[in-house]
Design a protein around this ligand. Structure first.
Ligand code: ZN
Length: 316
């Protein structure tokens, strides 16, 4: 399928993306069976709320996510498989909306939230956020206040670490938004449900993007890493203000992911999990995620308190 055929519309920075994306979703629901099936399964998923110290998390039993949750993301496995985000390997019926020269907005057939989108580079280039935060805010602004844009680092949630992509989706259900009370300006620390994060909110998207980029570079220096430090980001325009939740990570998968028998929980946290939607891919493991277990997992995968302290020291 050529790009001319794949693309239903072309948009760019500054455009209102709501109408073209909504038309694309309607077209895809009619013509792409995998999406229709995925959304039908999503409509029937089971979820419940758990609480810890006034903070809430939604536990979601979502067997549609099993492939992504269990994806082998080590370099050898990644090199051995055909890239599922490269155009030549996309399903024939998949269509998208171009955003600028590089990114294409597609429907995600394995949703975690309503109107789940994959926003994919046309080039097979590695997952790396450096230099792209402003683009992330431009997408969030274009998609409107009801939507968020998500970034998963190559070693902490991205199931295609070798091919650049964002995700997006409806933000109305996101619990983390209720954990933060800040005005404009600097970042704030957020410690809730065992997670440690920084929240950036301002009035100028370009300035805010620069602050987020600097914070990520600083984290890399604090951790003495040459590659990108493990991070998840959720960006949105809340009350017309660009906002970014930045979750630094200590590790990708918790020990319970690799456990066996009754102790196993197929939970592989990415940005949405960190923002309060715990996606459990095996329905048999769903009841095992009590608030105590969830808090322990969040503490285990979040950047350690000591590293987090050193990071915020260099930022202030
Ligand atoms: Zn690729």
């Amino acid at each position: 399928v050529s790009w001319t055929e794949r693309l239903l519309a072309s948009t760019t920075v500054g455009d209102d993306l709501r109408a073209p994306v909504s038309r694309m979703l309607e077209q895809q629901r009619r013509t792409w069976t995998l999406l229709a099936q995925g959304e039908a399964s999503f409509a029937k998923i089971v979820s419940r709320s758990i609480e810890d110290g006034g903070s809430r998390v939604i536990v979601q039993s979502n067997p549609g996510r099993r492939v992504s949750t269990s994806a082998k993301v080590d370099p050898t496995s990644v090199a051995a498989r055909p890239c599922f985000l490269c155009e030549k390997n996309l399903p024939t019926d998949e269509r998208g909306v171009a955003f600028g020269d590089d990114l294409v907005i597609f429907a995600n057939p394995f949703p975690i939230v309503a109107d789940h989108l994959s926003i994919v580079s046309r080039a097979h280039v590695p997952q790396k956020i450096g230099g792209r935060v402003e683009e992330m805010f431009a997408l969030a602004r274009g998609l409107g206040p009801e939507m968020m844009v998500i970034y998963n680092g190559p070693a902490c949630g991205a199931s295609a670490p070798d091919h650049f992509h964002f995700q997006a989706g409806a933000s109305n259900v996101l619990p983390i938004t209720h954990d933060v009370r800040i005005s404009t300006g600097a970042y704030v620390l957020l410690e809730a449900f065992g997670r440690r994060a920084l929240v950036f909110r301002g009035s100028d998207a370009r300035a805010l993007a620069l602050s987020v980029e600097r914070a990520i570079s600083s984290l890399g220096r604090v951790l003495e890493k040459s590659e990108e430090p493990m991070i998840n980001i959720v960006a949105s325009f809340e009350r017309d203000q660009p906002t970014a939740y930045v979750f630094p990570r200590e590790k990708h998968r918790p020990a319970c992911f690799f456990a066996t028998g009754e102790d196993q929980i197929l939970w592989s946290p990415g940005a949405l999990d960190m923002a309060g939607i715990a996606v459990i891919a095996d329905p048999d493991h769903y009841d095992r995620v009590t608030s105590r277990v969830a808090r322990a997992v969040y503490e285990e995968v979040s950047l350690s308190a000591e590293s987090f302290r050193r990071w915020t020291e260099v930022l202030s």
